[in-house]
Design a protein around this ligand. Structure first.
Ligand code: NAD
Length: 253
């Protein structure tokens, strides 16, 4: 039995499958991750974008928006890849409880996983939020404003600071999503990590919560993670091909 069949067997015997994804699932859609060679942290210094600095310095906000202006066209152009599509396929087969994602790119929903089954732990880059009055703006609208020279935009209604609706380092996690992710992790019987270095907390505590509650843990990631030691199955392959093969095994029964 190869690793694909092994994973398919674990999923076939599961009643509550939770898929947990990180930036690595979207690299095959053309969106860089943070920690792979050539990833975003080789181009930008994360300490520059801590939330308190974003709040306190307009210069930091200008730099932050400048970086985001480069990333946004990539997100707009990205299409769900074979891994996103296979996860939507698992849902259609009735195998999926939910997706917990650290990603902010909206590709799970675009692949066909229903919105209510996707828990976005780190928010979404498809919207911009006023940090004062919580007014939401479509990202493209604010992108156009920044392109037109408004380098650190403020809210039209209240003058508050605008920020993409994502969670920065040092920013509080969304309470409802974090609680829901913990509950789903504790209640599942298979927890399937795809494309995450599992070093960003509190997201990275979810596999441990699942394992402690008796779930089988599958980790599909190109590089080793700090949680590999207690995984039931490790797959060191690319997410797209792997997920296609696993889905094929399941469909062939
Ligand atoms: P990470 O960059 O820390 O780790 C990504 C992991 O994916 C790496 O260990 C790498 O080996 C693996 N990987 C890369 N390509 C792969 C592939 N094709 N198949 C299998 N594995 C692959 O990412 P993370 O763990 O998600 O944590 C970083 C933070 O970055 C998250 O909070 C997330 O919000 C944010 N982020 C999101 C996006 C996105 O939305 N697409 C992109 C960049 C960063």
């Amino acid at each position: 039995m190869d690793v694909f069949e092994h994973a398919a067997n674990l999923i076939a015997n599961s009643n509550k499958l939770v898929v947990f994804t990180g930036a690595g699932i979207s690299t095959e859609s053309g969106i860089s991750d943070f920690r792979s060679p050539g990833g975003l942290w080789e181009k930008y210094d994360p300490s520059e974008f801590m939330f308190d600095r974003f709040l306190s310095s307009e210069d930091t906000r200008k730099k932050y928006w400048e970086m985001n202006q480069h990333l946004w066209p990539t997100i707009v152009a990205a299409q769900p890849n074979a891994a996103h599509i296979a996860i939507a396929g698992l849902d259609k087969m009735g195998n999926l409880d939910c997706v917990i994602t650290q990603n902010i790119d909206g590709l799970h929903q675009r692949a066909g996983v229903p919105d209510e089954k996707v828990i976005e732990l780190h928010g979404t880059t498809l919207w911009v939020l006023c940090l004062n009055c919580a007014k939401r703006y479509p990202r493209q609208e604010i992108h156009n404003r920044v392109e037109a020279g408004d380098k650190a935009p403020y809210c039209d209604d209240c003058g508050g600071i605008l920020k993409p609706a994502t969670i920065s380092f040092g920013q509080a996690m969304p309470a409802r999503e974090t609680q829901e992710a913990e509950n789903k992790s504790a209640a599942c019987d298979v927890f399937f990590v795809i494309g995450s270095s599992l070093v960003v907390y509190p997201a990275a505590q979810m596999p441990a919560i699942a394992k402690r509650s008796g779930a089988k843990l599958i980790i599909l990631n190109l590089m080793p993670t700090p949680h590999d030691d207690y995984a039931d199955l490790i797959i060191r392959e690319k997410a797209g091909d792997t997920m296609e093969q696993i889905l094929k095994h399941l469909q062939e029964g």
